[in-house]
Ligand binder design. Sequence first.
Ligand code: RUB
Length: 324
Amino acid sequence: PEAGVDPTVLETADDIATMEIRGAATIADAAAAALATQARRSDAETPATFQEQLRGAARTLYETRPTAVSLPNALRYVLRGMDGETVPDLRESIITRAEGFQSDLEQAQTRLGEVGANRLRDGDVVMTHCHSTDALACIEEALEDGKSIEAIVKETRPRKQGHITARQLREMGVPVTLIVDNAARRYLNDADHVLVGADSIAADGSVINKIGTSGLAVNARERGVPVMVAAQTIKLHPDTMTGHTVEIENRAEDEVLSPEERTDLAVGPGDEDDDLAVENPAFDVTPPRHVDAIVTEHGQFPPESIVTLMRELFGETTGEPWEV
Ligand code: RUB
């Protein structure tokens, strides 16, 4: 671990890496909270030490998972607000900035929900994939508007985040039909919308979200079911404006195949390490032509025009504040 990084920051980083804390918006919120905690608990005696500890905390959080850009966006935003000549002033600036970020995040989600809800009509059936708080905000707002909504919830292998979605929708009073991922195409016949979140959105309007989103979107297009992506602007990936690609996280084999199962699949004696390869990418890329609308707190956009919003919000991107 980096020098002077508070144990609670290490704990948050660990929780993000192990997916105890997961989902792009929730990760961003937790990262900002962790930087505030670092600031509060810092034992730094000089401004330089304080700043270096904050950067160390940001680097530690940054290293956890690579795909959701809300994480670096949150870290950048909070660190860029670090300001002051003394440790107490620096501390105050980080805490204020982090808390501001967290409350903006919440407001953005509510606002986005209002926009997304306008796309849903009374009686609509929505198919979901994975678990997205931005997507659920749209349904919640539609319910507030007095519309009745039903959901077809994809299980989402290998980690079954669909179960979280099913529980939260039912807590809102939404009738849920849970299906295995492989049944999605069949049940698209009954759906009026596909509604998903995003971990990152690239400048060309590509949507990076839970593995399986792109196949779902292709099938939805074939069935004529519109695909709506609910994503606060914290999901816009600034580096893609200058040609960078989004790194897709590969997760551990044992999420797919347990060590016991691998033994069972061995084809020869003592053959556990044979040439059976297991791949477990956590996300995929849905091209803009398969997405009908990206819903943000600034309104809804066709994916092809999201770059305009990105330029407006990010302008010229500069270096990472934790690499000073
Ligand atoms: C979560 C996932 C979610 C997005 C958006 O993947 O793909 O759709 O993060 O979520 P994982 P939100 O479970 O691997 O983190 O709208 O809550 O930001």
